[in-house]
Design a protein around this ligand. Sequence first.
Ligand code: ZN
Length: 135
Amino acid sequence: MLKIEHIGIAVKNLEISNEIFSKIFNKPHYKEEEVVSEGVKTSFFQLADSKIELLEATHTESPIAKFIDKKGEGIHHIAFEVEDIWAEMKRLEAEGFTLLNTEPKNGADNKLVCFLHPKTTNSVLIELCQEKNKA
Ligand code: ZN
């Protein structure tokens, strides 16, 4: 793994949270993006080499809606950048971790992503991500 790429924070209202985090960081987000397959609307803030991703559910069956129902707003996942997501998935699966998907999925911000089940990671939801090759 290369570095912490971003930290994902589950929020109830993206507009309100954009304002809060703009004030904290003293700069606006650089993009908003909906990931329809995950039922989320995301907002990204860049801080030097790392990012903060705010996530708002777009419907009640969204994993973010379920997370907020159970735990309330707050840190949802930590994303680590990897060089080769397929190789890392294979390696971690061989180590006994449970992957939430068998193939990398399209994530926000031009990434291929895969999540590790928190049951096998001390309750920390871990996202592996790899920048998609720019065509
Ligand atoms: Zn993420």
